[in-house]
Structures are given as structure tokens and as C-alpha cells.
Design a protein. Structure first.
Length: 260
């Protein structure tokens, strides 16, 4: 009994020590004259450069969801940077406001890419980061952003879309992908389903190295716990699809940007 108690205490201490090594901080940076504020997470016990993950937020801007994912990745040894597309302090609280802002960037891909590049360049210059092993991921609106980085020819190690918008006004840009892509899609996502076949066609025609995985029973925003649990509304959290997609994503990371 005594040995069991000691072992349990040791395990708790190890767990606390490990989590205590993860540091977080808000990061101010700019795109042109626009002030942006991202969120950085990393394991402070690692002193050498390591792979990084850039996280692009969903349509309501940088939120606790992206910060949570950043801390999860930091616990796995990555530097994780949850970026800001909209601007410092701009965090829409209504679906109407979010839709308006997201639509602005969807219709102006040049501006969207510029905001992303500001974050990517900041991350690439960070001394904690191995600049040759940065993976760009995104959720919903941010999934579109991750794919836009690939279409822009950004020299990242990989691009990952979680239930992202797959539309592309310039399909020929798919030829610019310089690294593999992973697309994690809800099979019942009627917001995106009409885009799937054109997307696969452009990826195939441009010989992009990609994986496309569709999760049965999942609708839009299936990784977002605050999306509710009613699939009939078209957006809902799906625990199984969330867990499975994260496992696939971690396997992808281990392939294109492993922590050593």
C-alpha cells in the first residue's frame, strides 16, 4: 500500500512538472500598419530549435479553442502559435459579425494571405523554432487559410484543414503546394460538400500530395465544443470525429515535422 501511494505521488509530481514547463504568452506583431495579437505556447525546458505549428482561427477570431490546441501541441514538444487574422482586439461575438468579417477575407484572398504571412514570418524568425519544420493548420475559416498558404507557395512542412472551407477562386494556384496537405472533413457538412469535388479535381490535376478524410455523422465545426450537439443545425461538436481527426493530425505531424 505504502509503495503504491509513493508511486502515485511520484506520477502526480511528474505530471505537474511536465505541465509547468509549458509557457504561454500573448504576442504583438504587425501586418503593415495593422496591429495583431497572437498566442504562443512552448515547452520552456527545451533549449534547442524545434518544429512549430501555426494555428489559424475559426470565424470568430482567436479564441480559447485555438489557445487550448496550442497548449496541447506545446505539451508534445512543438512551438505553437495561434495567430490573429482580424486585428488586435477584434473578436466578433455574434454570428452576423463573424460572417461579415470572415466573408471579407474569403473575398480578398490577397489580404488573407498577407495576414497569414505576417504570422508565418514572425514564427520563422523565432529562435525557439526550426524554420524548416513549420506546419500550418486551421479550423473552419482557418482551414481555408491553411490551404491558402499552400496555394501561395509558402515553404511550410505541411498544411492541415479541420472542417475548412475548400473553395478556391484560382484553382491553378494548387500547383504551388510545396508540401503535403491533410484535409479533415465532416461527411455531413452541407456547407462545404458542394466544394469537395472541385477541390479534389484541382488537387489531382496539380499533383498535390494530399490526404482527404471524411468523418461519418460529422457536420461543420465538429472539433468545436461550443458548437452545440444538434447536427440538424448544420454545426455541432462530434467527440468521435474530433478525437479521430486529432490522432490522424498527430500522425501527419510525426511524418512531416517530427519532434526529436
Amino acid at each position: 500500500m505504502f509503495k503504491a501511494i509513493i508511486s502515485s505521488i511520484a506520477l502526480i509530481l511528474i505530471s505537474v512538472s511536465a505541465s509547468a514547463a509549458v509557457k504561454t504568452e500573448n504576442v504583438d506583431y504587425k501586418e503593415g500598419k495593422t496591429e495583431l495579437e497572437g498566442f504562443l505556447a512552448y515547452d520552456d525546458s527545451v533549449t534547442t530549435p524545434r518544429p512549430a505549428v501555426m494555428i489559424v482561427h475559426q470565424w470568430k477570431g482567436l479564441s480559447d479553442n485555438e489557445k487550448m490546441r496550442a497548449q496541447m501541441l506545446a505539451g508534445k514538444g512543438y512551438v505553437a502559435f495561434a495567430v490573429d487574422i482580424y486585428g488586435k482586439g477584434i473578436r466578433p461575438t455574434t454570428t452576423e459579425g463573424a460572417g461579415q468579417l470572415a466573408g471579407q477575407y474569403k473575398n480578398d484572398r490577397k489580404l488573407y494571405r498577407a495576414r497569414e504571412m505576417a504570422a508565418f514570418n514572425w514564427l520563422k524568425k523565432n529562435k525557439k523554432v526550426d524554420p524548416k519544420h513549420i506546419v500550418v493548420i486551421g479550423y473552419c475559416f482557418g482551414g481555408m487559410g491553411a490551404l491558402e498558404m499552400g496555394r501561395a507557395g509558402v515553404p511550410a512542412a505541411g498544411f492541415v484543414s479541420f472542417h475548412g472551407d475548400l473553395s478556391n477562386p484560382t484553382p491553378k494556384d494548387a500547383k504551388n503546394f510545396k508540401a503535403p496537405a491533410l484535409i479533415l472533413h465532416g461527411a455531413l457538412d452541407n456547407n462545404v460538400n458542394p466544394q469537395v469535388m472541385p477541390f479534389l479535381k484541382e488537387m489531382d490535376e496539380n499533383k498535390v500530395d494530399y490526404q482527404f478524410i471524411s468523418y461519418s455523422g460529422a457536420v461543420h465545426a465538429f472539433t468545436q465544443k461550443d458548437a452545440g450537439n444538434d447536427p440538424s443545425k448544420g454545426v455541432a461538436y462530434n467527440e468521435k470525429a474530433d478525437r479521430r481527426s486529432w490522432d490522424v493530425f498527430m500522425n501527419f505531424l510525426n511524418e512531416v515535422a517530427p519532434v526529436k
